[in-house]
Design a protein around this ligand. Sequence first.
Ligand code: FES
Ligand code: FES
Length: 160
Amino acid sequence: MARLPLQFRHNGREVALFVEGGINLLMVLREMIGDTTPKFGCGQGGCGACTVLIDGEAHLSCLTLAASVEGRSVETLDSLKTGANLHPLQVAFMENFAAQCGYCTPGMLMAAKALLDRNPNPTRQQVVEGISGNICRCTGYEPIINAILAAASAGTRERV
Ligand code: FES
Ligand code: FES
């Protein structure tokens, strides 16, 4: 298959590579760039494990044609912490026991980040809706919802 040039920003860093026309973004991130933080769960848009932000919006990278991110900004879990400092959402997940096996966690965190970036003070229902595309088989969701609400309220305290 013909290879196409592709340039985009990956966690703030410009990347340029040649990709097969039909390849999805998840494969480019994991196999070509070496960022394995977006997870391959179902590969069919049903689990949310592959969630990344494209220009700040949550997208399923397994259903995103890599060519469609030309010139755009892609953020993965790898961008969340700064050096040794965890992102407030990561701290809240840790403190609220919101991860067990952890396979859903990268996608959950990115979906939660997209939510809090557009709505820093969501209701519980809005949190539920914000992660409705992300499946967790371990936690029963309550600790995850509590963690996102805790991160939101920590952010609110910081801003006052
Ligand atoms: S791997 Fe993309 S939604 Fe499941
Ligand atoms: S912590 Fe295991 S799938 Fe969510």
